[in-house]
Every structure is written in C-alpha cells, then in structure tokens.
Design a protein around this ligand. Structure first.
Ligand code: ADP
Ligand code: MG
Length: 703
C-alpha cells in the first residue's frame, strides 16, 4: 500500500498554517497516520472512497455587481484598501474592486502573509460565500484568497473537490493522495451489470473519476446535491456493501450452536409466572412472546430486538422468556445500561419471581469486592439462575455456567461488542440466545438498512386502562403558573418530576442550574419534600433518592436526564421539562412516558425558552400533537438525520456515509435483494465488494 511521504506531518502542518486553521499554541499533532485513521483512511480503497463533501466552482469569475447574497462565488479584483480593526478581537478588513463594483473581505483570524497578500494594488482572486455587511457592501468572511500573477491566472478546468479532513490534513495533500490511490487500485467493476441496469448506473471507474473531478460545465447543483448518476452509483454500492456485510454476519451467526430452550412440559415457572401476574398480557405481548419462543426453540442463537413504546410492557415479556430459559435448565441474565434502571428491573423481577421460588442475583460495579467475588462464584457454579445487573455482567471475571438467554435492555446504549460479549461468556460453549429491548422505535427504512441482520418484534399496543398524558407547551415566562400546577398535584398526594437539561460540555453549569431550580422549588413549595438527582452524584446517592421517590417519600424529584430510561413510579402524574427545546424528540417522548403509568390524570409540561429556534418550535409542536412513538421517531429522523438518530453505537452496522435511507429508499430496496442473490451466487465476489467499503471497520463481519 502506498502511504504518505515521510515528511508529510511537518509539511501538512506547514501547509495548514498557510491555509488558515490555527493550531493551538504548544499543541502537538498526533502522527499523520493516526489522524488519517481517525477519518477511516488507511488503505488505498479508503482514499478512493473518500468522496468530496462538496465542490467549489473556481472555473468561473463573477463580476462583483452580479454577486448574490448566499451564493458562493469567485471574483477577480484589485485591493483598494486594507486595514486592521480592533473589535472584540483584531480583524483584518479589506476592500477589493473590479470594474463593476466593490467587495469587502473580513478576516477574524489571519496571518501576516495574508495581510501582505492584501496590500493595496494587488490583483487577487477571492472565493467565498457572499453575505451582506453592515455597511451595505457585499462581503466575504474568510474567503480563499490567491494572488493573481502571470502563471496562476488560468482558471480551474474542473470543479474543485473539498474533502472531509481533519486537523493538520490539508485539501491539497488529500487531493494528491486520493488521486494517487485512484491510480493504484484496480477499479474493476465487481458488481454484476444486471444490478446496475434497472437504474442505468454508470461504471465504477467512471463514477469514481467523475466524482473526484467533475468535468467543467457539469451540473453544479446536481453534484452538490449528490443527484448525478455517478453519485447514485456510489450510494448503491455503499448500500449493497452494507447489506452484504450484515447478511453475511447473520449467516455466520446462524450457523453457531445454541441450546434449544423448549421450557418445561407442564407446570413450569413460565406458566406459574403467567398465572400469578395481576394482569393479562396484551395481544401484542402474546404475539411477541410467541415469536421469541419459536426462536428459543431453535438450536441456533436467537438475535431478536423487541421494540415498543415506553410503558408497553417489555420487561414482563423478557421476564417470561427468562423463566422459559430457567425451565430449560439454563441461566438467564438481564443487563441494563444504568445502575438505576438495573435496580428497578431487579426489584420488579424479584417481586414477580421470588414468590415462585426463584432467587434473583444482583451484580453491579458498586458492590464491595468480596461481595462481588462471592456473587461471581455463584454465577460460575450455576447456583444463581437469574442474574440482573449493569456492565458488571460482561466483565472478564464473570463466567456463566450455562447462560441460555441474555437480555439487554435499552440495547442502543450498549456497543455491539458489549452485547456480543454477554452472549458468548458461557462455560457450556454454547452461544446464548439474545433478546434486546428498546423503547426507541426505529422507522422502517432505517430498520431495513441498519438492522438487516436481526429480527425485530414490535409491541404496538399499550395495556388497557392507561389514561393518556396531556401535553402542554408553556413559555418559561409563565414559570409561576407551572409551579402552582405542581403545588396542586402535590396537594392531591401526587408526585412530580422536574427535569432540567444537560448543558453540553459544562457539567458545572449544569449542576448549578439543577441545584438552583431545586432550591427555588423548595422555597416555592413549602411543606413539599423536594429531592435532587444529577449525574455527578454517586450511584449510591442517586439510588437512595430515586428509591425514596419511588417509595412515595419524596414529592418532587428535580433531575437531569438520569431519569430518562425506564423508571416506573405509577403515582407520579406531572412531568415538567425545562428548556424542552434542547431535548431530542425521542428523548422528550421517553420522558413523557414516565408519567401516566397510574390511573390519575397526568400532565407533561414542556417549558421553552421564548427565544426559540425554528427547529425547536417544530419539535415541540410535534411532541404536543402526537403520542405515537413511531411517528415521533420518523420526525426525529427527519429533523436530525440518520447518523445522529442511530448514534454510531446503536446498531453496530457500518454507518452510511453517502446513501440516505430515506431519499434513496429505492436503491436500498434493490440493494437488499441484490445482496441476497449475490451472496448465493458468488459469495467471494460479494464479500470482496463489501471489503472494499468496510474492511477493518467492522465487528459484525465475524460477529
Ligand atoms: P416498558 O416497555 O416501558 O419497559 P414496563 O415493562 O416497565 O414497560 O411496563 C410498564 C408497566 O406496565 C409496569 O408496571 C408493568 O408491570 C405494567 N404492565 C406490563 N404489561 C401489562 C399488561 N399487559 N397489563 C397491565 N399492566 C402491564
Ligand atoms: Mg423498560
């Protein structure tokens, strides 16, 4: 493999200095290879598939009088004046003119060399976004400026690609490196022509060359919006690679051995638990349970995700499945992402299964070492049959005797590796069946793409007798009204949550906000018992306070989003969310699901900052109008885009860089069926295609 020149870091840093991003004082850059690896750039193919983020059109010159605000253009003009101005920081302001008008340039960061370049009388080319300045002239902030001298006056012949780059990696270096990689790899088309015909997609070689160097006169907008045939070809290839990788991972897993867990013939724990529950399972719960049972019957590991809105009753379904595993002579374990949530599961499972004679073992990181060792031994010996805990369950010291069923709650909070580790950590040598639970509904198109390797069951029905939660959207200016609503609820013996947002990057500010709110509420609600829970507290403190709230010994719980997942306090009837505009839609929906669990009329009050952004406003409108988790997830996806929605760790599937599962749904549909037929027809070639895209970046290829 061709690699960067040995002096590249130094050179890149030097070029970087010229091109304007300021390295911080005393800061040392990591070695180039490491920085490239962070961008996923290791092999030649990685460079070839490192497609431009956007293009710059330096093939034309626009007269200043024809500049439009909001457009990115190139002008050729003479510097009329340039001066430094002391504002909040020192700025460099220059005015340049051509025969048609005058343009202002503004630099908030600059180098002495740039000042020199902009000396009066110099002929320069400036490329940048045009906006309106305060003095009425068109202005470019931090434009790209080049001296226009004899040899460099020729205009670019192609659109200039701009690549995603990291610190100390310049566009110039990347362009050269990518161009070399394109020459070095074999661009032979692996994809069968029959896959390409339905969409009239061009060849790989042509597409790659064109995307890195679009011809002059190319449809600039179509390239920018990634609508050209070449872009569609690469998107298709990416989707195809993803589908192949997921399918292949799945087929490997499907060949692994697991113990079939058929349960007890009659009178087993499963039956007993069902009989002892104070409620009937909903139709949806029963259906999903049958799907789980039929997977558990097979001699290959189950890999099933149960999705369902908050409060639909996933835990009880998981508990029944756990009883079936125990009935079949194996262990069952449930892992939750936080101590709080794990603790709640522990309490709930205990109340259900201890009357049946099943002991539940608790394992978490906060146990005393001796206690922990003793419990680990009980897991190792097989004495403990049902185990509930946190990440502590997947630490190396934990070795199950015979784990039949691994249950992972709020699965998106864990990485793939963690989930896989749990199911494999059994002395029996069999792989455990895996049951994942999630309250974050995943829209169909996303599920098709990212979750193609697992089975999904949906609990789409809430237990009867729930009163719907009324959602109110109220300006922070009306805080006193909200406080009196809380006072009323507390007066009627109800409990309230008051959630403050996490302030990004500032745990301290966060803490101040939440502490101040708690203090203010203590003052405003004389006689009410107000408690505080936040992320900086020890797990022990958090648990104690949550437990006090759950037991009804606290009226108002002020919290950061630590209560986000899973807590179940039926007497809580008011949920106040401060600065609701700062939360994601799915998060708001989850929080709202904390109330309305009992029979009392419940309210969710979304307090917003009066200076609300457009997206913020739209988000709150959606959450007020709908209580359907799937609808909300779809909107969330639309507002945030799939990357953020899924989170890098959610699926373990390789993230899509170019294709968009929403807008490219037809390509995705084709890629799905093509991946299946290609794997059946010529597995080696299909895998070679996937490897071009994902080699070295995946756990699931051998998962
Ligand atoms: P989630 O899906 O959010 O994890 P839980 O499993 O915590 O939901 O269930 C929420 C509440 O509803 C719990 O108190 C649970 O005992 C109760 N519940 C579960 N299934 C039913 C049902 N079929 N009928 C009535 N209540 C139920
Ligand atoms: Mg739950």
């Amino acid at each position: 493999m061709a690699s960067g020149p040995s002096s590249a870091p130094a050179r890149a840093a030097a070029v970087n200095r010229r091109s304007g991003s300021l390295p911080k004082k005393g800061e040392k850059l990591a070695p180039l290879a490491e920085r490239l690896a962070r961008l996923g750039l290791v092999r030649d193919w990685d460079f070839v598939l490192h497609l431009p983020l956007r293009y710059e059109d330096e093939t034309r010159i626009t007269p200043i009088s024809e500049l439009r605000y909001g457009q990115t253009c190139q002008v050729e003009a003479t510097v009329v004046s340039s001066h430094l101005r002391q504002g909040a920081s020192m700025q460099l302001i220059a005015q340049v003119a051509d025969s048609s008008g005058t343009l202002q340039l503004r630099f908030i960061h600059f180098y002495p060399s740039q000042r020199k370049l902009l000396g009066p009388g110099q002929l320069v080319r400036c490329y940048g976004l045009v906006r309106q300045s305060f003095n009425g002239l068109p202005e470019m902030v931090h434009p790209k400026v080049k001296a226009c001298t004899g040899t460099s006056t020729e205009l670019s012949k192609t659109l200039t690609p701009v690549y995603p780059a990291g610190e100390g990696i310049t566009q110039t270096w990347l362009r050269k490196r990518i161009d070399r990689a394109i020459l070095d790899v074999d661009l032979v088309d692996l994809v069968p022509p029959s896959f390409l015909e339905p969409f009239a997609l061009p060849s790989l070689a042509q597409s790659i060359r064109e995307l890195h160097h679009p011809a002059p006169g190319a449809d600039f907008d179509a390239y920018a919006e990634r609508r050209t045939p070449a872009w569609r070809r690469l998107k298709f290839d990416e989707l195809l690679a993803q589908q192949i990788a997921l399918r292949h991972g799945r087929s490997i897993r499907d060949q692994a051995s697991a113990l079939p867990l058929a349960g007890a013939p009659q009178g087993g724990l499963c039956e007993k638990l069902l009989a002892s529950l104070p409620f009937e399972l909903t139709g949806a719960q029963q259906r999903v349970l049958q799907e789980i049972f039929s997977d558990m019957n097979r001699p290959h590991p189950m890999h099933r995700l149960v999705q369902g809105d908050v409060g639909c009753g996933k835990t009880v379904v998981a508990a029944i499945a756990a009883m079936r595993a125990i009935d079949s002579g194996t262990q069952a374990a449930l892992m939750a992402p936080t101590e709080l949530l794990a603790e709640q599961h522990f309490q709930k499972l205990k109340s259900w299964v201890e009357p049946l004679g099943v002991e539940v073992l608790w394992l978490s990181g906060s146990l005393k070492p001796r206690d922990k060792a003793e419990r680990q031994e009980r897991i190792r010996s097989g004495q403990a049959r049902l185990i509930v805990g946190t990440h502590a369950l997947i630490q190396d010291a934990v070795q199950f005797a015979n784990l039949g069923l691994a249950i992972v709650d709020e699965q998106h909070r864990f990485g793939v590796n963690q989930r896989l580790k749990m199911r494999c950590s059994s002395a029996s040598g069999y792989m455990a069946h895996l049951l994942a639970l999630s309250a974050t509904p995943i829209p169909r198109t996303l599920a098709m793409s990212y979750l193609a390797d697992i089975d999904v069951s949906v609990i789409d029905e809430l237990p009867a007798g729930r009163t719907p939660v009324t959602t109110k959207v109220i300006s922070l200016e009306r805080l006193p009204d909200v406080v009196s609503a809380v006072r009323n609820a507390v007066g009627q013996g109800r409990q309230c949550y008051w959630v403050c947002p996490l302030i990004e990057d500032s745990q301290k500010a966060d803490l101040t906000a939440v502490t101040m709110r708690a203090d203010a509420l203590v003052e405003a609600l004389p006689g009410a018992r107000v408690g505080l829970v936040h992320g900086a507290m020890s797990a022990e403190d958090k648990n104690a306070r949550m437990a006090a709230f759950a037991a009804g010994n606290m009226d108002v719980l002020v919290a950061t989003t630590v209560i986000e997942v899973g807590v179940d306090v039926p007497n809580a009837s008011v949920m106040v969310i401060e600065h609701a505009e700062r939360f994601g839609l799915s998060q708001l929906h989850q929080l709202r699901g904390r109330v309305g669990r009992g029979s009392a009329k419940s309210f969710c009050i979304l307090l917003f900052d009066p200076e609300l952004s457009q997206t913020g406003r739209e988000r709150l409108r959606i959450i007020r109008q709908t209580t359907d988790g799937f609808e909300i997830a779809r909107e969330d996806l639309r507002l945030r885009g799939p990357g953020e929605f899924m989170g890098a760790r959610q699926s373990g599937a390789p993230a899509l860089r170019f294709a968009d599962v929403q807008t490219d749904a037809n390509l995705l549909d084709a890629a799905r069926s093509d991946a299946a037929s290609w794997l059946a027809l010529d597995k080696q070639k299909a895998l070679a295609h996937a490897a071009r895209w994902f080699s070295g970046k995946t756990d699931y290829l051998d998962a």
